[in-house]
Design a protein around this ligand. Structure first.
Ligand code: URA
Ligand code: SF4
Length: 226
């Protein structure tokens, strides 16, 4: 598979242009069975960007990220943490739904490293446009896409941390704004907060405790913005 890079127009200069181009992506085989590309959505001026795993069944049908059960839970957690949902942008590490057919049911399958790597250019392009201050890493797939294989969400969750030296920082992604003299504009250094994926809350033995943990982690994000 060629990867998504081939499908990103070099002159795309806003999120809308990226979203349009992504509808035709064939950077890996996942486009074949899925209904449609599910691109990120939200405020183009967002200071906080949430990164999930991949669209689920509902998202695949509606074409929007986090509009199914995990999305509803996340929305509630965002509210409970005191974040303004209108000030956020939310996207996924992989933009097509990967599933296995069992009878008529489509069962979620975790994306492989090849899909994460193939799709990563879309995430990089989104970051280049958004220049987020805080990136919220939701679960292991997003962590693999952004922070590499050795990062452990369970060990590092709920802490505002600088972008690791080993990983490409969002402000290093191309198209950093320039000022009138052509100098690189000053972009606030991006930080990250990792937390569990909302789907993990739905699967947890004790959902209440897992949910409270997610909200606590998101409060750290709210605190970073204040
Ligand atoms: N889970 C995700 O990671 N992303 C979605 O968009 C929906 C569920
Ligand atoms: Fe392209 Fe990503 Fe879809 Fe693969 S999953 S076809 S790289 S948009």
């Amino acid at each position: 598979a060629p990867g998504a890079q081939h499908f990103i127009p070099p002159d795309a200069d806003d999120l809308a242009a990226l979203r349009t181009a992504a509808t035709d992506c064939r950077g890996c085989e996942l486009y074949q069975d899925a209904t449609q590309t599910v691109f990120g959505r939200g405020n183009a001026n967002a200071r906080v960007v949430f990164v999930g795993e991949q669209p689920g069944d509902v998202e695949d049908q509606k074409g929007l990220p986090f509009v199914g059960p995990a999305g509803h839970l996340l929305r509630r957690a965002v509210d409970d943490a005191g974040l303004n949902p209108r000030e956020l942008y939310i996207t996924n590490a992989v933009k097509h739904f990967r599933f296995e057919l069992r009878g008529k049911r489509r069962i979620h399958q975790t994306p492989d490293q090849v899909h994460i790597v193939a799709c990563r250019p879309w995430l990089v392009a989104e970051f280049a446009q958004l220049q987020p201050e805080v990136v919220v890493v939701l679960g292991a797939t997003a962590a693999k896409a952004l922070l590499g294989p050795s990062f452990r969400v369970t060990r590092s969750r709920g802490v505002l941390m600088p972008w690791p030296d080993s990983a490409q920082r969002p402000q290093d992604f191309t198209r950093v704004p320039t000022d009138a003299t052509g100098q690189l504009g000053s972009v606030p250094p991006a930080q990250l907060v990792a937390t569990i994926h909302p789907s993990a809350v739905l699967r947890a033995d004790n959902r209440e405790i897992a949910y409270a943990g997610l909200v606590d982690d998101l409060k750290v994000v709210a605190g970073a913005l204040a």
